[in-house]
Ligand binder design. Structure first.
Ligand SMILES: [Zn+2]
Length: 118
């Protein structure tokens, strides 16, 4: 999961496709993934729970001064000996408008205006 988060953060869409299950990869296009990576800044990942084939996490994304959160329980399946991301259940999360003096969601401890603010 952390490696997929890093891939979203760095725009490594080939890795994202390679770590998706066969069925999921069929429904994804590299172009869509590139747009997602380009639109949002993936600034922080909180892993809440995990067991063998499930990871519950909150990914923190920035779009301008909007703080988006993806709260998901991801299910992984083993294909050809490797764990692949298959499906996920999303929980509703609010979109938070950040003020310049708020703490940055990347958890740097700095104010937003001195960190990820554009
Ligand atoms: Zn920051």
């Amino acid at each position: 999961m952390r490696s997929r988060f890093s891939a979203f953060a760095s725009g490594n869409t080939s890795y994202l496709l390679a770590t998706s299950s066969v069925d999921l990869a069929k429904s994804l296009t590299q172009q869509e993934l590139i747009e997602t990576c380009d639109t949002f800044s993936f600034v922080h990942l909180d892993v809440l729970n995990h067991d063998q084939d499930t990871v519950e996490f909150i990914a923190h994304l920035l779009l301008g001064d909007q703080h988006h959160q993806i709260h998901e329980r991801s299910h992984f399946i083993k294909q050809n000996g490797n764990w692949k991301y298959d499906t996920g259940e999303l929980s509703d999360t609010p979109i938070i408008k950040l003020n310049r003096n708020d703490l940055c969601p990347c958890q740097s401890g700095k104010k937003f205006k001195k960190c990820h603010s554009v």
